[in-house]
Design a protein around this ligand. Structure first.
Ligand code: NDP
Length: 477
C-alpha cells in the first residue's frame, strides 16, 4: 500500500506522533493508500521551515531569472511524470483519466506562466515635478499558507503554489484530506528539482487541525483558500487574528443562459460540459440553466439525449466520460439534494442516484423546481442541472443574478450587442460567451458575494502575493 508523508524542509516525513489516515479510491470503494495525519506540531514544523527558508534562505533573494529557471525545472519533471500525476488524481477521486491528463497539463502551465510572468514584469515609474522620481517595487510577502480542495487536486494546488513561489515567497500547501496523493508527488518533485528546503512544504491531514493550525499561525503572511463558502468564512476569521490578507475562491451556482438565436449545437455541447464534466464537481458549473421559451423544447430534447449518451464507468477506461463522485461523504450530500427534488415538486427528466451501489449520481436534469427549493439555491457540487425557461432578456438577467453566489455565468447568443449588454449586467467574476472553461491566466479569476474575496491570475496574483513598495528619490538638488 502506498504512503504519502508530509514534505517538510526538503524531506518526506511521517507525522510527529505517527498518525495516519486512509486514502480511498471512490470508484473501487477501497482504501489504496495511507497518508500522514498532520497535527498542530507538524503544522508548526512546516511553518518554521518555510519561515526559515524565507528569512534566511536563497529563494527570495535569488535573481528573477534564476527563480524562473528553477520553476521551469520543476515543470520539466512534471512533464516527465505527467501520467503518474494524472493516475494519482484519477485513483484518488475517480476523475476520468483524459480529464486528469488535461488538469496536469494545465498545472504545468501554471508554473511556466507564473515563472515567466514574474521574470518579465515591470514596475511603474512616476516622474515628479518636484525634482524627485518615484518607482514601485514588488517584493515577496513572506510565508504563504495555501489550502486546496479535492475536485481539481493538482490543478487548484498549483494555481496557488505557482504564483506564490514565483514571486519569491515560500509556501505550505495543505491538500484536501480526500486527495493528498498528487500534491505529495509534486512535493517530491520539488526536492528532485533542487528547490531549497522549505520553499514548498506539503502538510497532509484534515481541515482541522492541520489546515486551521496553518491559518492561525502568526508567522504566516498570506492565506489562499479554495473550498466551500462556510469554511472560507472560518479561514478568514482565523487569518484575521494576525491580519494576514486572504484570497478566497469559494462556491458557485453558475447561470447558463441560452437565447433563442443561439447556435444550439454549440450551446448543448457546452451545457453538457458545464454541468457534467468532473461529475459536476466544479465551482464553475453551469448548474442553473435558463432556456428561451421559443427554443426550449428543441434544446431540451438535445440536452437530455446528450446527457444520456455520456459513457459512465471506470475512470481509467478511455471511453469513460463520467464516473463516481469523489467520496462517500460527498455522494451522500449530493444524493440528499436529488432525493429532495421530488419532495419540493421538481421533476427529474433524466438521471438520479445510481442503483448499483456505486458512489455515483447519473447525469441529472431537473425541471419545475420552485425558485426557493434548496436544489435550486444551494451549490450541490454534483451532476445536477436545474432548468427554467424565460421569455425576455430582462427577466433572465434578473433570474441569473438572483443568487448569493457570483463566480461565473455563461450566455449563448449570435447577437453581438446582446452578448456585450448581458455580459456586463451579470453579477459574476467571469462571464463566458458561447463557450465555457476557457482561461487566459492573465485575467482576473474570482467571485463576488458568497463566491469569494479577491482575484487571482496575472497581475492580480502579483498584487496578492507581493508587498508593493514605493521608492522616492531626489534626482535634482
Ligand atoms: P471544505 O471547504 O470543507 O474544504 C476545502 C479545503 O479546506 C480542504 O483542504 C479542507 O480540508 C480544508 N479545511 C476544512 N476546514 C478547514 C479549516 N477550519 N481551516 C482550514 N482548512 C480547512 O470543502 P469540503 O471538501 O468539505 O466540501 C464541501 C462543499 O464545499 C462541497 O460540497 C462544495 O459545495 C464546496 N466546495 C467547493 C469547492 C470549490 O472549488 N469552490 C471545492 C471543494 C468543495 P479537509 O478536506 O481535510 O477537510
Amino acid at each position: 500500500m502506498q504512503f504519502f508523508g508530509h514534505i517538510i524542509d526538503g524531506e518526506e516525513v511521517p507525522s510527529v506522533d505517527g498518525a495516519t489516515f486512509e486514502v480511498w479510491n471512490p470508484w473501487t470503494q477501497e482504501v489504496w493508500a495511507t497518508a500522514a495525519e498532520g497535527g498542530p506540531e507538524d503544522a508548526a514544523l512546516a511553518v518554521a521551515s518555510s519561515r526559515r527558508a524565507f528569512d534566511e534562505g536563497p529563494w527570495p533573494r535569488m535573481g528573477r531569472a534564476a527563480r524562473a529557471a528553477a520553476i521551469h525545472r520543476l515543470a520539466d519533471l512534471m512533464e516527465e511524470r505527467a501520467d503518474d500525476l494524472a493516475t494519482l488524481d484519477t485513483t484518488n477521486m475517480a476523475k476520468p483519466f483524459a480529464q486528469a491528463q488535461h488538469d496536469v497539463a494545465r498545472s504545468i502551465w501554471n508554473f511556466r506562466f507564473f515563472a515567466d510572468h514574474q521574470r518579465d514584469h515591470c514596475g511603474e515609474v512616476f516622474p515628479m515635478d518636484s525634482g524627485h522620481h518615484s518607482y514601485s517595487e514588488y517584493g515577496p510577502a513572506g510565508v504563504v499558507a495555501a489550502i486546496s480542495p479535492w475536485n481539481f487536486p493538482l490543478m487548484m494546488a498549483t494555481w496557488k503554489i505557482a504564483p506564490a513561489i514565483a514571486w519569491g515567497n515560500t509556501c505550505i500547501i495543505k491538500p484536501s484530506e480526500d486527495t493528498p496523493a498528487s500534491v505529495t508527488l509534486l512535493g517530491r518533485l520539488a526536492i528532485e528539482a533542487g528547490f531549497p528546503p522549505g520553499v514548498l512544504n506539503v502538510l497532509n491531514g484534515h481541515g482541522s487541525p492541520a489546515g486551521s493550525s496553518l491559518t492561525a499561525d502568526d508567522r504566516v503572511d498570506r492565506v489562499t483558500f479554495t473550498g466551500s463558502s462556510t469554511t472560507g468564512k472560518t479561514v478568514m476569521a482565523s487569518a484575521s487574528s494576525h491580519l494576514a490578507p486572504v484570497s478566497l475562491e469559494l462556491g458557485g451556482k453558475g447561470a447558463n443562459i441560452v437565447f433563442e438565436d443561439a447556435d444550439l449545437d454549440n450551446a448543448v455541447h457546452w451545457a453538457v460540459e458545464a454541468i457534467f464534466r468532473n461529475s459536476g464537481q466544479i465551482c464553475l458549473a453551469g448548474s442553473r440553466l435558463f432556456v428561451a421559451s421559443s427554443v426550449y423544447d428543441e434544446f431540451m430534447d438535445r440536452f437530455v439525449a446528450a446527457a444520456e449518451a455520456l459513457t459512465i464507468g471506470d475512470p481509467f477506461d478511455p471511453k469513460t466520460r463520467f464516473s463516481s463522485l469523489a467520496s462517500k461523504k460527498h455522494f451522500e450530500k449530493v444524493s440528499s439534494y436529488v432525493d429532495g427534488v421530488g419532495l419540493d415538486g421538481g421533476k427529474i427528466l433524466t438521471g438520479g442516484v445510481d442503483d448499483e451501489g456505486r458512489w455515483l449520481i447519473r447525469p441529472t436534469i431537473v425541471t419545475d423546481l420552485p425558485l426557493t427549493a434548496s436544489a435550486y439555491c444551494d451549490e450541490i457540487f454534483g451532476p445536477v442541472c436545474v432548468v427554467n425557461r424565460f421569455e425576455s432578456e430582462e427577466e433572465v438577467v434578473s433570474l441569473a443574478n438572483d443568487t448569493r453566489y457570483g463566480l461565473n455565468a455563461m450566455l449563448f447568443t449570435e447577437n453581438l450587442s446582446r452578448a456585450h449588454r448581458v455580459a456586463s449586467q451579470l453579477r459574476a467574476g467571469t462571464v463566458w460567451v458561447n463557450c465555457f472553461f476557457i482561461r487566459d491566466l492573465r485575467t482576473p479569476f474570482g467571485g463576488v458575494g458568497d463566491s469569494g474575496v479577491g482575484r487571482e491570475g496575472g497581475n492580480f496574483s502579483r498584487e496578492f502575493f507581493t508587498e508593493p513598495k514605493a521608492v522616492v528619490m531626489q534626482i535634482q538638488r
